[in-house]
Structure formats: structure tokens, C-alpha cells
Design a protein around this ligand. Structure first.
Ligand SMILES: Nc1ncnc2c1ncn2[C@@H]1O[C@H](COP(=O)(O)OP(=O)(O)OP(=O)(O)O)[C@@H](O)[C@H]1O
Ligand SMILES: [Mg+2]
Length: 278
């Protein structure tokens, strides 16, 4: 999570999911709750995501519909609430499943604001009881919204990707305070910060200064990941024309260093969780 746009939330959510599955053999579900659906566009070729969005199949919208609601009309089709067990996730790879984002999330936000914030947690409780996945990774939109709130209620942990420039670093205490406040408002939430991970790092004076500044800020009580993801042309140039999701992942972007970095970040994230569980 980060309120700053374009810091790599989606890139990390998708690629950490990929590594958890590919490198560590975990069963992973990735959920895109961003109405802008960037994660969906990163994972699927255009024809596929257009189909997913048009038909509203395999989308996270399904989680938020409630039996008490009237059905919602989308593209002249009535979309009914279904039980959680009937929500169809889309397989990206074996044991890596996905629920897509949807522009129509805006629609239910406007109509059903009060109830929807608990639905994601209810779905998570359902998944936990079913023991379907080892990890569920949620990609959130940048702005505080009912989607972000639902993710805070539903999650055990959040990860904060930060670009180490002055503007992004300024947002760090702000985000931490916002989440603390939301957590206090929502009694149901037990979310903890897993830490800050630097993305798009460059060996620049400004970046190194910002990193030093945060390192020495004890008041935040923030864990900072030892592993960073550097800014790399190979990552920015990942082609959305590739037909297979695997070819759009950092793991296969052609840079061995980038691959090592994303694996190291994922490994560190796993360690942080198991340390917390002890
Ligand atoms: N390490 C990196 N090196 C180069 N480009 C990167 C790197 N990480 C992310 N990018 C690129 O930066 C852009 C923004 O990344 P991303 O969409 O992950 O950010 P975001 O925080 O999810 O944005 P938003 O707030 O809009 O949801 C993308 O085009 C992505 O390919
Ligand atoms: Mg994003």
C-alpha cells in the first residue's frame, strides 16, 4: 500500500505473487481491487482482460456483491450475488490464481458504501477455512477509498513500496498514520506493517540521502527491507504484447540482477511473516 501513485505497488504485488508460486511453490491468490485494474492488464493479454471485464467473470467485484442487494446491471446484463464458493478465480499458472479488477467497482462504491467494506474480510475468512491458498496478495488503489479500507480490514499485513525520492519518502509517516487511524476505527482490523521496500532505486545522491534519513528515523518504528528493487529499463520495458503472463514477469525480463532482487525481496517477506508468527 502507498497513497503515492506509481511507486510500484502493482509491480510488486504481481511479481511477489509470481515468485511465491514459481520459486517457492506456494499456492497463491492475487486479488486486484483497483478499479483501474493495472494488475489485470499486467497479467493478461489485451483480448483476455477485455473479455474478463466485459463479462464480469473472474473479477473481484463478485466478492463485494451481497445477497441483500438488488442485482446490478452491467452492460445490459444482470450480475447477481453468488456464494463465495461460486466465485470463479482465473488460473494464471498452476496454483496461482487471480481475481481481476473492474471499472464497475466504482459503481458499487457509489451505491453500497456501508456494507462492502466487510465483504473482503468475509471472503478471506472463507478462503482460510477452505485452506485453498498459502498467500493472498491484494493490489490496492493509491487513494484512500472504501477499497483500501476493505483491504485494511481483511489483511494480516501490508507492505509499503516506496521510491526513495523526497516526495515519496514524505508520504511514509502519513500513510502509517492513516492506517493506524483506520485500524482504530475498524475494530475488526489486526493489520500489521511488514515493512517498507524500496523500488526504482538509483544510486543518486537524493536517493541515498532519503534512505539514510529514514534509516535514522527511529520514531517511525518501521522495518526497512534490506533488499531493494533497482530502477531498470528491462522492467519498464516489459511488453504487454507478450502472450504469456510468465513473459511479462520480472523473473523473465532478461536481467539476472532484477530476478535475484525480486526473489530476495520475496524471501525477506516470507521471513518477516514467519518471524511475526513465532
Ligand atoms: N524497478 C522498476 N524499474 C523500472 N520501472 C518500474 C520499476 N517498478 C515499476 N516500474 C514501472 O513504473 C510504472 C508504475 O508502476 P506500478 O504500476 O507498479 O505502480 P503503482 O504504485 O501500482 O501505481 P498506481 O498508484 O497507479 O497503482 C509501471 O510502468 C512499471 O512498469
Ligand atoms: Mg497500481
Amino acid at each position: 500500500m502507498n497513497m503515492k501513485g506509481g511507486v510500484g505497488k502493482t509491480t510488486l504485488a504481481v511479481n511477489i505473487s509470481h515468485i511465491l508460486n514459481k520459486e517457492f511453490g506456494h499456492r497463491v491468490l492475487t486479488i486486484d481491487i483497483d478499479p483501474q485494474f493495472n494488475a489485470t492488464q499486467l497479467i493478461f493479454p489485451k483480448n483476455d482482460w477485455i473479455h474478463i471485464l466485459r463479462e464480469e467473470i473472474h473479477t473481484s467485484l463478485r466478492i463485494y456483491l451481497d445477497d441483500d442487494f438488488e442485482s446490478i446491471r452491467i452492460n445490459d446484463k444482470l450480475i447477481n450475488a453468488v456464494p463465495f464458493s461460486k466465485i470463479e478465480t482465473k488460473a494464471v499458472e498452476r496454483n496461482w490464481h487471480f481475481l481481476a479488477g473492474s471499472l464497475n467497482l466504482y459503481k458499487i462504491e457509489l451505491n453500497y458504501f456501508k456494507i462492502l467494506k466487510f465483504k473482503l474480510k468475509e471472503y478471506m475468512d472463507y478462503l482460510r477455512a477452505e485452506r485453498k491458498y498459502d498467500y493472498v496478495i491484494i493490489d490496492t488503489p493509491p487513494t484512500p477509498s472504501s477499497w483500501m479500507r476493505s483491504a485494511i480490514i481483511a489483511s494480516d499485513y501490508y507492505l509499503m513500496p516506496v521510491k526513495p525520492d523526497a516526495v515519496s519518502v514524505m508520504g511514509v509517516p502519513l500513510l502509517m498514520r492513516l492506517i493506524r487511524e483506520l485500524k482504530q476505527q475498524e475494530n475488526e482490523s489486526s493489520i500489521e506493517c511488514l515493512g517498507l521496500v524500496y523500488n526504482m532505486y538509483e544510486n543518486l545522491k537524493d536517493h541515498n540521502q532519503q534512505i539514510e534519513l529514514l534509516k535514522n528515523n527511529d520514531r517511525l518504528g518501521l522495518y526497512i527491507f534490506e533488499n531493494k528493487l533497482k530502477k531498470r529499463a528491462n522492467i519498464a520495458a516489459i511488453s504487454h504484447n507478450n502472450n504469456f503472463a510468465a513473459d511479462r514477469m520480472i523473473y523473465n525480463c532478461g536481467s539476472q540482477d532484477a530476478r535475484n532482487e525480486i526473489i530476495a525481496i520475496t524471501n525477506e517477506l516470507k521471513k518477516r511473516i514467519s518471524y511475526d508468527r513465532k
